[in-house]
Design a protein around this ligand. Structure first.
Ligand code: PEP
Length: 275
């Protein structure tokens, strides 16, 4: 936590720098949860009621729980998202869900290009871009995940890899305010290991530069989230970084106490920043 004070001071200007960008706390439940775990899910959504209105909480349940989570989200301030979507709009694609189908369940966010899909199913940047286009066409906000592997990091290639993934995964000519980038170093996901705050800040600043090069002033509308082993212990420090617009949380988002702690960290930080 040695770096938190200078970074927090910098974050006082964050609201001004961010303009109208979204601040998001997103929970990716992955392949977890059942109808019987709804009471726990309700606990997870409850802290969102206490957040300032400019912070959006997005829940990404598995598709089987979309309907129940939609009902839950309606009672709280949280938004609903679909994990993944097809790169096609309809037709003979057994096992796939279109973005429009997810949107039909009131999912207004789509999570695309997660590292588990990229590594387990060999999803390419091109496929991620097609899926993102589908999500945007369905009127959703596309949360597009990118991040380097440990080997790429150790080879000093992080910035090149991120620039490349950004250039090929993010649809051009779309509304910047409906694009969100989630920087998730693959080696940090589910490992309990995170980059240093300097590394996160450096990667996010690099992504912001790349976005500005491509999108000009509209890049200012694109939020950049950090994801990878976020916990109540590091959430405040990471969220306090000037270039971090929010968090994408996996494991901790399934734990009501941890979710509540992260949300109250976010609220405290943002209320402090606005003071
Ligand atoms: C994720 O899966 O997107 C993620 C960030 O997981 P975790 O928080 O468990 O590392």
């Amino acid at each position: 936590m040695a770096h938190i004070e200078p970074y927090r001071r910098l974050s006082l200007n964050k609201e001004i720098l961010m303009g109208s960008r979204r601040t998001l706390i997103a929970g990716n439940w992955k392949m977890n949860g059942s109808r019987h775990s709804l009471s726990v899910l309700a606990e997870i959504a409850r802290p969102t009621n206490d957040l300032p209105p400019h912070i959006e909480v997005v829940l990404f349940p598995p598709a089987t729980l979309l309907a129940q989570t939609a009902t839950l989200a309606k009672k709280t301030a949280s938004k609903l998202g679909g994990q993944d979507c097809s790169s096609n709009s309809a037709g003979a694609f057994t096992g796939e869900l279109s973005a429009a189908m997810l949107n039909d369940f009131r999912a207004t966010y789509g999570l695309l290009g997660h590292s588990e899909g990229r590594t387990r199913h060999g999803e390419s940047d091109d496929l991620v871009r097609q899926k993102s286009i589908q999500a945007l066409d369905a009127g959703m906000i596309a949360v597009i995940c990118i991040g380097e592997t440990r080997d790429e990091k150790e080879a000093g290639r992080t910035f090149d890899v991120l620039a490349d993934q950004l250039a090929h995964s993010v649809p051009k000519f779309s509304s910047a305010d409906r694009i969100v980038i989630a920087y998730e170093p693959m080696w940090a996901i589910g490992t309990g290991t995170t980059p240093s705050v300097e590394e996160i800040e450096g990667a996010h600043a690099h992504l912001r530069d790349c976005l500005t090069f491509e999108w000009g002033a509209n890049a200012g509308l694109i939020s950049i989230l950090y994801g990878g082993s976020v916990s109540p212990h590091n959430a405040m420090e990471i969220l306090g970084l000037p270039s971090v617009d929010g968090l994408l949380i996996g494991g901790a988002s399934l734990n009501p106490a941890k979710s509540a702690a992260i949300c109250s960290n976010a609220a405290a930080l943002h209320m402090g920043a606005g003071a």
